[in-house]
Design a protein. Structure first.
Length: 467
């Protein structure tokens, strides 16, 4: 069996995860082929060139991950999310055939594993209501929380065939199961400076829970020369297989001025379950080159991901949303329960280097970028829908480590570091300058977000002499 290591991930990135101990230390810059079963995912054209049809890799990564969104609710009311833990193991292997020109491989891996949990609170006196109705400052209590858990499990089954001594082609079927749970809660209340100390304000909650299954086909080819090898891949847009989901939204208002004259109370609420789901992966094109002259190995890979037009992840039905209905009869639940997907095109580049210090010791280092595919205009959240993504920053990943080799095994050790920042992060629900119109959902502000992660990679590989 082959166990893969997976690194930190974000919810709007394609390249956060790397699989295989040597491949992870090289940041996936191996499209030109290496002797590793991870080729079933990276380039199935490399399967036909594998010398070892049976091997065992046991890898683990330990990491500390931090995300901070400044002034999420107000001044010094930040969202902070920290995770400390062990990255779980993943598995795969090879199926031996009588015809040596054909190689079959399979693998289970996790392209996405994202977790965020943040909470912020403000408590103070602000001038919210007109002086004629409530003279002086009003006491305000506000709180906002955001929790998101997103994971994907991918099963790859591929075949590669040697066409000639230097040329090999292959194809892999990629089946992905995606699941997400998203919860956002926001509340803001003030007390008027009148005789009754009237309570004014409201709360908002949004909940999304769904899973989806999709598949894609990856084609690959590798051409090898003496020291050079070249690889290319083509991955089709995904085909939706199906899934189910639940979405709910609830807005409650108490003594709020909707028409600018009278204070009214009301609720807007709906929950729809067992909805059909759809999630899309884009067309992907990858090219890479490897140079291996014995002491040194150098790999470069470039992956292009096409954009995706906006689409509905769940089939929401239009129903009555606001009660009493005469408060806003033009509003229906499909607008507020809409969960949309979409993506901009991105290009990711990885560069990896290995120096064979001795026959049994290699030093490795790599760097890669990881661009966010988030596109504000394609989420639909500005039109009242639910935005289930958190990250929108671009990442840089740095890796350094060593491989200690023995006759039938090897040990891998590595350090992993990732960083990202965004100075124009768009944050909803801010109460920095509260007005009566912002009590139900807060204001949208531009703030700063930072991400960092550091981890340790530990891997062990054993090569069986017999299948």
């Amino acid at each position: 069996m082959l166990f893969f290591s997976k690194l930190n991930a974000q919810d709007t990135h394609y390249g956060s995860q790397q699989f295989g101990t040597r491949t992870a230390l090289l940041s996936g810059a191996i499209l030109g082929g290496i002797d590793d079963n991870s080729m079933v995912f990276y380039n199935p054209g490399g399967l036909g060139l594998l010398e070892n049809t049976s091997l065992s890799v046991n890898a683990n990564a330990y990491r500390i991950e931090n995300i901070k969104i400044f002034n999420a609710l107000g001044d010094r009311a930040d969202f902070k999310s920290s995770n400390l833990g062990t990255v779980p193991l993943l598995a795969g292997g090879m199926i031996k055939l009588k015809d040596p020109k054909w190689k079959l491989g399979y693998g289970f891996m996790a392209p996405t594993d994202f977790s965020f949990k943040g909470i912020a609170r403000v408590d103070g006196d602000y001038d919210v209501i007109e002086e004629a109705e409530s003279p002086g400052l009003e006491e305000l209590v506000g709180e906002s929380s955001l929790t998101s858990k997103l994971s994907e499990v991918l099963f790859a089954f591929g075949a590669g065939r040697v066409i000639s001594e230097n040329f090999s082609v292959g194809a892999s079927a990629l089946f992905t199961v995606r699941s997400q749970t998203y919860n956002r809660n926001y509340s803001a209340y003030i007390f008027l400076n009148d005789v009754e100390e009237s309570l004014v304000g409201g709360n908002l909650s949004q909940n999304v829970d769904y899973y989806n299954i999709r598949m894609a086909l990856k084609l690959g080819a590798i051409y090898k020369m003496e020291s050079w090898s070249f690889g290319a891949t083509f991955t089709t847009p995904s085909l939706n297989i199906g899934g189910q989901g639940t979405v709910a939204s609830n807005i409650a208002a108490r003594n709020v001025k909707f028409n600018g004259v009278d204070r009214q109370s009301g609720v807007a609420t709906d929950r729809q379950a067992e909805l059909k789901t759809k999630f899309k992966s884009p067309l992907q094109i990858g090219v890479g080159v490897n140079y291996d002259q014995g002491k040194s190995f150098l790999g470069l890979s470039v992956n292009y991901y096409s954009g995706l037009d906006s689409y509905e992840i769940m089939d929401v039905v239009a129903r009555t949303f606001v009660r009493p209905a005469d408060l806003a009869p033009e509003l229906s639940s499909d607008q507020f329960l809409s969960v949309r997907g979409g993506a901009r095109s991105v290009v990711n580049v990885a560069l990896g280097y290995e120096y064979r210090l001795k026959d049994h010791l290699s030093l490795l280092a790599s760097v890669r970028n990881d661009m966010s595919y988030y596109d504000k205009d394609k989420t639909g959240a500005d039109n009242g829908g639910i935005k289930t993504t958190v990250s929108s920053w671009d990442l840089l990943h740095f890796t350094a480590g060593a491989i200690f080799k023995r006759e039938n095994s090897s040990l891998s050790l590595g350090l992993l570091y990732s960083t990202g920042t965004k100075d124009d992060y768009e944050q909803k629900g801010n109460l920095n300058n509260p007005t009566e119109g912002s009590l139900l959902k807060g204001a949208t502000t531009i703030t700063e977000a930072k991400y960092s992660s550091i981890g340790l990679l530990l891997g062990y590989t054993y090569f069986f002499k017999k299948f």
